[in-house]
Design a binder for this molecule. Structure first.
Ligand SMILES: Cc1cc2nc3c(=O)[nH]c(=O)nc-3n(C[C@H](O)[C@H](O)[C@H](O)COP(=O)(O)OP(=O)(O)OC[C@H]3O[C@@H](n4cnc5c(N)ncnc54)[C@H](O)[C@@H]3O)c2cc1C
Ligand code: SF4
Length: 510
């Protein structure tokens, strides 16, 4: 358990220190059927590590934006480890996320852990209040440890799920959902697998959580616990991304974004031990739904990250139009305006959700659920349209561009220099780089983060529609209509006083 030792002795402050902290760990990682000995040196993995490192570097560059003074240690720690205690905290999370999206052009992988801490803080408080358990205190002790080391914590929620129509206990193979296999006086053992785990190999710890509402028969699936990523019994199987092997070709142009990338892996737990001090739920199935709802409320507005990534894609689209000599064409300008409008709509709803934040019983602030779901629902659609428009502006070369090796070839290189030129004063290689970036973000490695993660991360589109449907207060809206239409005889004073609840109460709070 090397990570545990490190957390209590060393505090990571910079990106470089963070990268060094990942060296020498004994993780069982498989990629292309082979065990990866040092992920920090693997050309396919390293860009994802650089993206996380940027979260540390931003905290050095802009401490007010990306770090906080820890209430537990009194020292500066990453904002990704902070539990929000006011609206400003929530808003600053979003501003940090947009900035990191702008700086990396990809998923920087730390928000699931941040949103897990924030939701767990209030859920453990309320569990203890109801059941007299001790989870909140344990959770705070764990968080203190994370602050001492300024560590990276991933959030492991999504189970592989098997037959989607069946509850966990109904699955033919119980390992389709992570569950407790054995309880001892010292702790519990868990087995199962979590899918699509963002940044898991780049984390120091993971918080394992249930993925859905549970019933009494699912009691053994109601487990929340923190595990060090190098715990015995964990296997990581690295997820492939489109065009991923380009980073192994040795060049820098064809990858599109040579420095930064995302990371997802399948995490398999084979009787992994969690000691009591790191268990924050054990059998309280009736709190699983609350946890999932709170987590997704935070996490769905965390998708403002995509507006930062969108800024990069809009910049790339505008650049290729410049390079092609058509920046002043009216339809080009209009398409850039449309892309910006869509991008700001994502940001607007996400940050509005944070501005509508309110306190939970624990003192932790949570953002507005309706607007968080609207934000994430926009994210399931708008990046696809922004990507479509970027490809429109890029022209067909985005999909047919010859390779970097051909550009550098002694004989045909000159031909490409000549025939791939746009405006006469634009360097051909620069034009190729921008085209490759657009390819990277709409078809390649970072399309995983910009498009597919936008679709499914924090729940597929239907999950948001269900939540929006639950909170839309149709009865209240029908009364409004009926008063104005003269059907109801109650006064608008009645409706303001009596019916101002739920989402609308938060909208109109003063
Ligand atoms: C790039 C990426 C990164 C991610 N990172 C993380 C992470 O860090 N941590 C984490 O925990 N998770 C992560 N996720 C997981 C994400 O939350 C899930 O992908 C999402 O919840 C959908 O689950 P699924 O992929 O199993 O798809 P499925 O559940 O198989 O969904 C496929 C389709 O089936 C529908 N469907 C599913 N179940 C039912 C049902 N019972 N009835 C009717 N329709 C149904 C869905 O609405 C959807 O349209 C990530 C996902 C991606 C793509
Ligand atoms: S997709 Fe966005 S919200 Fe999720 S971890 Fe990546 S950067 Fe953060």
């Amino acid at each position: 358990m090397a990570t545990i030792e490190m957390s209590s002795t060393t505090k990571i402050n910079t990106g470089e220190e963070y990268i060094n902290s990942l060296k020498g760990r004994d993780l069982k990682i498989y990629l292309f059927g082979e065990k990866v000995e040092d992920p920090t040196e693997h050309p396919m993995i390293r860009p994802s590590i650089n993206a996380v490192a940027k979260t540390y570097d931003l905290a050095v560059m802009a401490p007010e934006l990306a770090s906080v003074i820890s209430p537990f240690t009194g020292e500066r720690v990453s904002r990704f480890l902070h539990v929000c205690t006011n609206v400003s905290d929530l808003v600053l999370q979003n501003k940090m996320q947009r900035k990191l999206g702008q700086l990396t052009g990809t998923c920087f992988q730390r928000c699931v852990g941040m949103d897990a801490f924030n939701s767990l803080y209030s859920v453990t408080f309320e569990m203890d209040e109801k059941n007299g358990t001790n989870y909140h205190k344990r959770m705070k002790a764990f968080l203190t440890k994370m602050h001492q080391g300024n560590l990276v914590v991933g959030g492991a929620m999504t189970d592989v799920k098997g037959d989607r129509s069946l509850a966990p206990h109904q699955q033919e193979d119980q390992d389709m959902f992570v569950h407790i296999t054995k309880r001892t006086d010292e702790g519990v053992y868990i087995s199962g697998a979590k899918a699509h785990q963002t940044g898991c190999i780049n984390s120091h710890w993971m918080v394992v959580m249930p993925t859905m509402r549970l019933k009494e028969a699912d009691k053994n699936f109601a487990i929340i616990g923190a595990v060090s990523v190098d715990s015995k019994g964990i296997t990581y199987i690295y997820g492939r991304q489109s065009c991923d092997t380009r980073s192994m070709e040795g060049g820098v142009i064809d990858v599109g974004n040579a420095t930064y990338g995302g990371q997802e892996a399948m995490v398999i737990f084979d009787n992994v031990f969690i000691p009591n001090e790191y268990i924050f739920m054990d059998g309280e199935f009736d709190f699983a739904a609350l946890l999932v709802e709170r987590f997704t409320t935070y996490h769905r507005r965390s998708y403002v990250c995509k507006s930062g990534v969108g800024d990069v894609l809009i910049g790339a689209a505008a650049s290729i139009a410049d390079m092609n000599g058509i920046p002043k064409a009216s339809h080009i300008k209009d398409k850039l305006v449309e892309m910006t409008h869509l991008n700001e709509t994502i940001y607007g709803t996400g940050i509005a959700s944070s501005y509508q934040g309110y306190p939970t019983k624990s003192g932790a602030y949570i953002c507005d659920e309706m607007l968080a779901n609207v934000c994430k629902h926009h994210v399931t659609k708008m990046p696809y349209e922004i990507g479509r428009l970027a490809q429109d502006l890029a022209g067909g070369l985005v999909a047919t561009l010859p390779s970097e090796q051909d550009l550098n070839h002694p004989e045909i290189g000159a031909l490409l220099q000549k025939y791939l030129r746009g405006k006469a004063d634009v360097n051909t290689e620069d034009r190729m780089r921008i085209l490759r970036l657009i390819e990277n973000m709409t078809l390649g490695r970072n399309a995983v983060g910009y498009l597919t993660e936008s679709m499914h991360g924090a729940g597929s589109p239907q999950a948001q529609r269900i939540q929006i449907g639950r909170s839309m207060q149709l009865e209240y809206k029908k009364r409004l209509a009926k008063i104005i239409a003269g059907i109801e005889i109650e006064t608008d004073k009645d409706i303001v006083i009596e019916e101002l609840s739920g989402y609308f109460a938060r909208v109109f709070k003063i």
